[in-house]
Every structure is written in C-alpha cells, then in structure tokens.
Ligand binder design. Structure first.
Ligand code: UDP
Ligand code: MG
Length: 321
C-alpha cells in the first residue's frame, strides 16, 4: 500500500484559475495513483481564504463532481501563510505527506513526482527551489535577492530561492504544529524543524490567469515580518549603534572640555544641528524597530487563533480515511 499524498492549495479570489488548476492537478494525481506511486486515497485540498468572488462555490462544485477534491473554508481572509497552515494542519490528519503549492500553478507540477520520490528515499521535507528567475520582473529579482541576502546576514537559515512549494511528511507537520507562534513565516520556520531534507529544482512559470495577490505593499510587510519573526539581530544592531555613539559622545565631551579650558570656544552651530538631527533620527528609527518587536510580543501573548475553519468538505459517507 502506497502512502497518501495531499496537495494543499491556498486560494484567494482565484475563480479565474481554479477550474484549470483542478483539472491539471487531478490529471497529475490520477496518473500517479495509476502508476502506484501514491495511495488512491490521495487528494487535492483547496483552502478558501475568505475570497470575495466565487472561489468557494467553485470548490464545492468541484468536490461534488469528484471526490479526489476536497476543501476547507476559512471564516475570513487571513493571508497566504495562515491559509496554508490551516490546509496543512487539516491535511496532517488524513495524509502521510503533503505538498503545498499556489493556485495559479506558477510552480511546475511536473516535479511532484520527484518530490514524492525524495520522500520515499527518506526525506521528511523536500524544498522546491527555483532554478531561474527569468519570468520575474527586474524589480522582483533585485528585491528578492536582497531579501535572501539580508536574511542570511541576520542569521536566519532559509533555503535560497525557495518559496512555499514543498513536500512535508506527516511527522514534519507534527513538528510544525508544535510551533505555536501567531506571526507566521513558514519558509523560515520549516528549516527549524530539522529532519532529513532534500532539494528539487524547478522552473517557475508565469501566472496563467488573474493577478498576483502580493502587491508591493504586502511583499514588503511580508519581508519585514520574516525578519522580525525570526531574528533579533536588528535590536542588537541598534544596541551596537548606541554603544558607538556613546563612545563618540565621550570623545566629543573630552574635546569640548579641552577646547573650553583653552579658551577657544567656537560657535559650533554646524556640529550642534548635525548631532541633533542625526541623534534624533537614529533614536526614532531605533524606537520604531523596538516597537515592531513589542508589537510582535503583543500579538503573540494574545494567543489568538491562527485560523478558524467554517466549513469542511469531507467524504465520510464514502468511507475515506
Ligand atoms: N493567497 C491566499 N491569501 C491571500 C493572498 C494570496 O491564500 O491573502 C494565495 C493565492 O490564492 C495563491 C498564493 O496564495 O494561491 C500565492 O499568491 P500569488 O500567486 O498571488 O502570489 P505571487 O505568486 O504573485 O507571489
Ligand atoms: Mg503566484
């Protein structure tokens, strides 16, 4: 008996792509079941992340027509990471392994076979890594590269050019479920779980319909979230800057005293204004960074639920696991 695979797909306003995505994934899954690579209980799990369009009714319709397709409906829009976690935590109950991917099929589904192969070879986590960024705009390429470099410098262990296209075994998901944080940055959290992992390269395509749900504003917020969820280096850097300024201040004090005693007091307008502005700026920036962390602590201590599932499509009548 082969293992059960669940494909987990978060969807937010994806009515334009769902039919096509479901069709292509079904073909893939059925093909793998036929070749006896995975169990016939394998499924596609769509997570509706509070879409405003017909996404959920399309999922319901797909489920009615085909029992390989199931879905969960979140109570409201919670964002990609939370929707993905909701899907993974649901799939964990029914599957031996899960693969998370985007609804727009930007992630090449032809490597799913390789993911599963690595799983059978003993990997608990298989990271899909983009072999090139040709389909990206110049801007996205530069910002993405800077982001990965910055994360590395800040001491966050992230797989280079890996987004959220990955396979996770049941026990890796159980590991993930032990991480109770509310601020989710899955691609930074998964490497913390440990276990044996491997990497599979793939080509990322362009979205075949609809628009990206990640405008620049969300992208920047996501990147900042990633940094502050996983690293406290920015606070250390601030402490470092503070210390350096303290030393410089000491030297300046000494200098001004000496100059004073020598009776050569100068007007000193430039240095005075400069230091007021510079110190004011650094202080505000530092307060902002520290505030960001306090905000995180505030959110974490409230322990609010990361997602609430309002509907679940299951086939209890069909006696599925
Ligand atoms: N998504 C989601 N909730 C959101 C935003 C996005 O579930 O609030 C889903 C979206 O439907 C897609 C995936 O997350 O399946 C990635 O989004 P998108 O393709 O728009 O991002 P991009 O590939 O442009 O980075
Ligand atoms: Mg996409």
């Amino acid at each position: 008996m082969k293992d059960i695979l669940y494909l987990v797909i978060p969807c937010y306003n994806e009515e334009e792509v769902l039919q096509e995505t479901a069709g292509r994934l079904l073909e893939k899954i059925n093909n793998m079941i036929e070749r006896q690579l995975i169990s016939c209980k394998s499924k596609i799990l769509f997570v509706n992340d509070g879409s405003k369009d017909k996404t959920w009714s399309i999922i319901q319709d797909l489920h009615e027509r085909n029992n390989t397709i199931s879905g969960i409906n979140l109570s409201r829009n919670r964002g990609h990471q939370n929707a993905l976690l909701a899907g993974l935590m649901t799939a964990k109950e029914y599957s031996d392994m899960t693969i998370s991917l985007d609804a727009d099929l930007q992630d090449d589904i032809n490597v799913i076979g390789k993911f599963v192969e690595q799983y059978y070879n003993g990997s608990d986590i298989v990271y899909g890594v983009r072999s090139s960024r040709e389909t990206d705009t110049f801007f996205k390429k530069v910002t993405a590269l800077t982001f990965y470099k910055l994360m590395r410098t800040l001491g966050v262990d992230m797989v280079y050019n890996h987004a959220d296209y990955r396979l996770m075994s049941k026990r890796a998901l159980e590991g993930l479920s032990e991480y109770k944080e509310v601020n989710l940055f899955l691609r930074g959290m998964v490497p913390l779980i440990g276990y044996k992992y491997s990497i599979v390269e793939y080509e990322r395509h362009e979205r075949f319909a609809g628009e990206s749900k990640y405008p620049l504003k969300k992208m920047v917020a996501f990147a900042l979230d990633g940094i502050t969820s996983l690293s406290i280096k920015p606070i250390r850097i601030i402490a470092g800057i503070g210390f350096a300024i303290f030393i410089i201040g000491g030297a300046a004090l000494l200098y001004s005293l000496i100059v004073n005693f020598m009776g050569r007091t100068v007007t000193g307008w430039t240095s005075l204004t400069l230091s007021i502005w510079m110190l004011g700026g650094i202080q505000l920036l530092s307060l902002g960074v520290i505030g960001e962390y306090i905000g995180k602590i505030y959110n974490e201590t409230k322990r609010r639920p990361r997602f609430i599932i309002s509907d679940k499509l299951t086939d209890t009548d069909k006696n599925d696991k």
